[in-house]
Design a protein around this ligand. Structure first.
Ligand SMILES: [Fe+2]
Ligand SMILES: [Fe+2]
Length: 324
């Protein structure tokens, strides 16, 4: 047991007897004769159990005649008879604190991995990016957004907080139809609507969509934490839109449509969705926060694979719409 979250409290009065100590509760009396040390030392030790001092500190203050093992054993046996309340504190963090800790892990991994991948590296020189990569990113974005309801929908039933549930419902309604914005942009480039709808996403796009659907259904809290990354938390305007704009290689009307989606995210503060959702959750077990921090590694790796695959495929091909 962790001595830091364990604040034992004596629930009886104790006094010396002829051959040991006597413990008295409201309706019972116990006699202890086999003690770990002299009865006086045991009484001094028991007086430390005030319910406010952590076990780890009680061990430091206890009479030296009592070993740490004996001290723990004495508390265990007295607790079994209701003479000591072990007072184990469950470890919780507020939702606000939890999302900040998860964001720390996200930020570290985004800078270590995702922002260094080939897609984002190449976007630093927009003119050198093949035009099909710009179009391909829109196509894969369309595929991801068109599956949005499959991953947003499960989290609508989150029971941990009514306000968080309301926020998630608003997100769901707000995001509905955003794939059509991208679709209308792609049509401006001459791509046929039904061909886009029937085309097959890259495996990595489907992998990201499936992972999000799994988390949304099985771990809504973790799903909430992914939203800020998905909504582009670090940029004023999506870096891909800016690169496309600066490249001068693609029609302005297409760029404007893709940009309009990015601007909705900014206007509706989607980049802080995780914080909005978590701020309405009063307490999250530390074990859950640790689980989410571990899963963040997998999530960022899946995002990294998504962006890399867009570069790898669309920088090498003229076939924009994959068919089954
Ligand atoms: Fe959207
Ligand atoms: Fe959004």
């Amino acid at each position: 047991m962790n001595g830091k979250n364990y604040f034992p409290q004596l629930k009886c009065t104790t006094s010396l007897s002829e051959d040991g100590i006597i413990a008295v509760t409201d309706d019972e009396e116990f006699s202890f004769t086999e003690l770990p040390s002299a009865p006086e030392d045991t009484l001094k030790f028991l007086a430390l159990l005030d319910g406010k001092t952590a076990m780890v500190d009680i061990i430091k203050k206890k009479p030296s005649a009592i070993s740490s093992e004996d001290a723990v054993q004495l508390i265990e046996s007295m607790a079994q008879h209701g003479l000591v309340l072990k007072n184990i504190q469950a470890d919780f963090l507020s939702g606000k604190r939890a999302i900040l800790e998860i964001e720390d892990v996200q930020n570290k991994l985004l800078h270590q991995l995702l922002y260094k991948n080939i897609f984002w590296e190449k976007c630093k020189e927009p003119v050198k990016v093949p035009v099909n990569v710009y179009i391909g990113m829109a196509i894969e974005n369309y595929h991801l957004l068109s599956r949005g309801s499959s991953f947003d929908a499960h989290a609508l039933y989150f029971h941990g907080s009514r306000k968080a549930r309301e926020t998630m419902n608003n997100v769901f309604c707000g995001e509905n139809g955003h794939c059509d914005i991208i679709l209308s942009g792609l049509k401006l480039l001459g791509l046929e609507e039904q061909s886009i709808i029937r085309s097959v996403p890259l495996p990595e796009t489907l992998g990201l969509a499936n992972a999000l659907a799994f988390w949304s259904a099985n771990d809504s809290l973790f799903f909430f934490s992914t939203l800020e990354v998905l909504e582009g938390k670090d940029s004023q305007v999506d870096g891909y839109v800016t690169a496309m704009e600066n490249s001068g290689k693609i029609s302005t009307s297409f760029v404007e449509i893709i940009k309009s989606h990015s601007l909705i995210n900014i206007k509706d503060k989607h980049a802080s969705l995780g914080r909005q959702l978590f701020s309405n959750i009063p307490a999250i077990a530390v074990a859950d926060v640790n689980r989410m921090k571990r899963q963040t590694h997998l999530f960022i790796e899946i995002c990294d694979a998504f962006y890399r695959s867009v570069w790898d495929y669309y920088s090498q091909t003229d076939n924009l719409l994959r068919v089954a």
